[in-house]
Design a protein around this ligand. Structure first.
Ligand code: AMP
Length: 420
């Protein structure tokens, strides 16, 4: 199957080819014709499936088909949970509309930065607005954006919108939208509130489920689990990064940690070991986040240590390795994290560090993923005997980094126990 056979015009076929899309992914195969027909769509698809282009390509085609000279009108509103995803979707819109006969104007709007440049950008209207819910409502309140003429609403990563507490904002937003519009609803998971919103919003939608299809992200990803004591994880990470340099297998690494504190601590330790590393978390200023992400995407930054909130939606071309320094809390987060690598059919590896105290938690993740990974031990990083119930802080089930450091005495005792 080709993009041409889906009914996409030659200009958009070429735009897709220029981006390196040779064939449509499964979600594109199924969503593009439905969107072109003007139908509502309910799609279960995770990041990495090619879902963004699955709505961007047909929305651009609709715009080309109905374009009239005269003032711009808001054709599509894409509501997303995070700034990073807003930037990424806007980038896809820019890239795929580049070189089209009509100049397409896309504005990305998100909180955490001054509203003024976004208000300026919206002067003279836009064809597409990609926005997080809170900022979107602010812009409407400032009369910077009129939603009354909206033709297509896209909710992207709807489950995450709920996870991040945007339920009220979504309700307020939906009340402002005109009826008779087309609605596209994308979500990786469908918990009851997500399902209820989909039912309230969509009219006889075409239902697509591709999350677990073999073509999606999973099979391209090799998943590994390494058993290691929590305090030795940074050292192990360093070793893996150095090995990757030596054998050329993993130039770049995206590392997930549980908290702002952990991302900074790990990045700092790596930097002190001479490895080019940066931290990315929600408490950085928007400028610092954009900068870190841009440096990582361009390859200037070798290792990015991030929390889940900001990592959702990050797309780095050809990212070979993802490391779960701290295990994710939920299976959904696990899926999203590992989906950062192995994208669009390229091979990738996802390694989870499993300290003994996090074993039960990792088993739960495995069970929900219907997999069982062999536990690997890296020579030199064999886990020590399980410590006596310590006077140390309680173990973090997610393998938090605040674990007790081993004293010299502890290490000697362990070495003796191993016969070393
Ligand atoms: P998404 O699921 O939208 O985040 O897309 C995942 C990645 O797949 C992005 O890097 C896209 O640029 C890429 N992609 C989307 N569609 C295709 C395609 N048909 N062929 C190859 N890569 C694609």
């Amino acid at each position: 199957m080709s993009f041409a056979s889906l009914g996409l015009c030659p200009a958009l076929q070429e735009a897709a080819a220029l981006r390196g899309y040779d064939h449509p992914t499964e979600i594109q195969l199924r969503a593009i014709p439905a969107v072109l027909r003007g139908e509502d769509v309910l799609a279960q698809a995770r990041t990495g499936s090619g879902k963004t282009a699955a709505f961007v390509l047909p929305l651009l085609q609709q715009l080309l088909a109905t374009h009239r000279d005269g003032p711009r009108r808001l054709r599509g509103l894409v509501v997303v949970p995070t700034r990073e995803l807003a930037m990424q979707v806007a980038e896809t819109l820019h890239d795929l509309s580049h070189g089209l006969a009509v100049r397409v104007k896309t504005v990305a709007a998100y909180g955490g930065v001054s509203i003024n440049p976004q208000m300026m950008a919206l002067r003279g209207e836009a064809d597409f607005v990609v926005a997080t819910p809170g900022r979107l409502l602010d812009l409407v309140q400032h009369n910077a954006l009129r939603l009354s003429g909206l033709q297509v609403l896209v909710l992207d990563e709807a489950d995450r919108l709920f996870d991040l507490g945007f339920a009220d904002e979504l309700q307020r937003l939906l009340a402002l939208l005109p009826s008779g519009r087309q609605n596209l609803f994308f979500s990786a998971t469908f918990a009851p509130p997500v399902q209820a919103l989909a039912e309230a919003l969509l009219r006889q939608p075409v239902r697509l489920q591709v999350a677990d299809a073999p073509e999606t992200v999973q099979p391209a990803i090799v998943q590994r689990a390494i058993v290691v004591d929590a305090p030795r994880r940074t050292q192990l990470l360093r070793t893996l990064i150095e090995q990757g340099t030596a054998d050329g297998s993993s130039r770049q690494v995206l590392v997930f940690a549980a908290s702002r504190y952990a991302t900074e601590l790990v990045a700092d330790k790596l930097r002190r070991a001479g490895i080019d590393a940066g931290a990315l978390h929600g408490e950085l200023s928007q400028g610092a986040r954009t900068q870190a992400l841009a440096a990582f995407k361009s390859g200037a930054l070798r290792v990015l240590v991030a929390t889940d909130v900001v990592a959702r939606g990050i797309h780095v071309p050809r990212l070979p390795l993802v490391v779960n320094f701290d295990l994710p809390r939920s299976v959904t987060d696990y899926t999203h994290r590992i989906g950062r690598t192995g994208r669009a059919g390229l091979a990738g590896t996802a390694i989870s560090f499993v300290p003994p105290e996090a074993e039960a938690h990792f088993r739960l993740i495995e069970k929900r993923q219907q997999m069982r990974l062999p536990r690997e031990v890296v020579p030199g990083f064999e886990p020590g005997p399980v410590a006596e119930p310590p006077a140390a802080p309680a173990a973090d089930p997610h393998g938090g980094v605040k674990g007790r450091r081993k004293s010299k005495k502890d290490k000697l005792r362990e070495a003796a126990a191993r016969g070393g």
